[in-house]
Design a protein around this ligand. Sequence first.
Ligand SMILES: C[S@@+](CC[C@H](N)C(=O)[O-])C[C@H]1O[C@@H](n2cnc3c(N)ncnc32)[C@H](O)[C@@H]1O
Length: 224
Amino acid sequence: MTRRVERPGVRDGYDRWSETYDATPNPVVAVDRRHTLTALAAEPGERVLDAGCGTGFHLGRLAEARVRCLGLDFSSGMLRQARRTAPAARLAQADLNGGFPVRPGAFDALVASLVSEHLVDLRVFFAQAFAALRSGGRIVLSAFHPDLARAGIEANFERDGIEYRLGAARHTVDDYLNQISDAGFVGLGWQTHAGDARLVDEIPSAREYLGEPLILLVQARTRD
Ligand SMILES: C[S@@+](CC[C@H](N)C(=O)[O-])C[C@H]1O[C@@H](n2cnc3c(N)ncnc32)[C@H](O)[C@@H]1O
């Protein structure tokens, strides 16, 4: 029997997914959790903006480490979960395809994890990210790997026999690096993280991703 597929749109899709997102085994998310906060290396007292905070995994860890954080997301469902996961974090509803509702230069660091595949114009996003950071601030971007998007894989989940597909824009590695650099960021570094044996131990169904790129992690900073 063929499975029914629905495309509810990104915001509506994440609203529907929000209650089960954290319990959905997801190879890309699992690899993100290993690397992103380590790359961010936030210190207690720092001000960190989590752009596309989802259910608040990163916010929760940051708040526990006494980092002062603000999470932005456009899905009310995801923000409701983030409120539970990270009660100490500030949250605001915002569409990252437009302006960020923050003061220019207000943050020491910005993290954006697994949201960029939903953004229509990376130039707008990185310009907003740059403006939100102080001089000498840093950005850590964890992107759904462009090779996955190119292979036609997209954010998706299943419920009651229906597969919901939320899309994945086909930004390339060069698109990311060029747009980050064009926004004014310097000191770019990037790595690809692929599926490995540890991932298969955690999520047996991830065997098909052994050796396949899952996230592109980019770090950069604004000039001092
Ligand atoms: C795959 S989830 C990742 C959430 C979180 N960063 C994490 O690592 O678990 C993507 C998130 O991006 C949010 N999102 C997608 N497009 C957005 C947009 N244009 N503006 C704001 N949030 C957006 C979704 O609502 C969802 O919470």
